[in-house]
Ligand binder design. Structure first.
Ligand SMILES: N[C@@H](CCC(=O)N[C@@H](CS)C(=O)NCC(=O)O)C(=O)O
Length: 225
């Protein structure tokens, strides 16, 4: 009997893109279920699968996970021979890997979610330009500090591409939607170009496009960036 494929519930260009990108980089087999954004409102039946109403939801047999960076690490760490994760025995590189894996979501993505909400998603009367401005500055200050630490390195840890680059890379992708990409420092401009040139990134972009058309779930103007 064949093992069922893992299922990724995804909205175009949302945080679930991290998982899609990881699956494509690793050449794993999976089923992609596209949802309109926000699923909580536009696909309320999804709440039965994930009461949080958020994407990603990743289902792999008995495994159910909802945090994008954790799912990427789960996929990467299962096969230590492939180098997608950094192992504890790699010393300081392991620490840099874990730091960047979490920095990508907690420090670089969260403030942009606030900017998007209070500058774009909320109806005009609930928008908060000062909040959007403050969190834009917050994001850029932390990104600049990160660029200084990264210096001339090609990747965020261990001198190779890992899922920590996917975590940070997604935050850079989101900055194209939040408008903050225009203020990237040069180190980050180069790094983001390096990541987008990867065949795995391009396959993930093509996969969401294909699945969106096949399932009749098209991204909104904001989601397209
Ligand atoms: N920390 C979670 C955040 C998940 C999350 O908030 N996803 C957003 C899409 S980017 C979502 O589903 N929002 C819909 C909602 O909040 O209703 C992760 O990294 O996966």
């Amino acid at each position: 009997m064949s093992t069922p494929r893992p299922v990724l519930y995804h909205c175009a260009n949302a945080r679930s893109f991290r998982v899609l990108w990881a699956l494509e980089e690793m050449g794993l087999d999976y089923e992609l279920v596209m949802l309109p954004f926000p699923p909580r409102v536009l696909a309320p039946q999804f709440l039965q699968q994930n009461p949080l109403g958020t994407v990603p939801l990743f289902v792999d047999g008995a495994v159910r996970m909802t945090e994008s960076a954790a799912i990427c690490h789960y996929l990467a760490a299962r096969d230590s021979s492939n180098g997608w994760a950094v192992a504890p025995h790699e010393g300081a590189a392991f620490a840099a890997y874990l730091n960047a894996l979490h920095f990508g979501e907690a420090t670089l993505t969260f403030p942009q979610a606030v900017v998007l909400r209070y500058a774009l998603f909320e109806p005009a009367e609930r928008r908060q330009p000062q909040v959007a401005e403050d969190y834009s500055r917050w994001f850029l200050a932390r990104l600049n500090a990160f660029a200084a630490v990264m210096g001339s390195e090609d990747y965020v840890a261990a001198g190779r591409f890992t899922v920590a680059d996917i975590s940070v890379g997604y935050a850079l992708k989101l900055a194209q939607v939040s408008g903050l990409a225009a203020e990237f420092p040069p180190v980050i401009v180069d790094y983001w170009e390096r990541l987008q040139a990867r065949a795995g990134y391009q396959r993930a972009m093509a996969a969401q496009e294909r699945a969106g058309i096949a399932q009749g779930v098209m991204p909104t103007e904001v989601q397209r960036g």
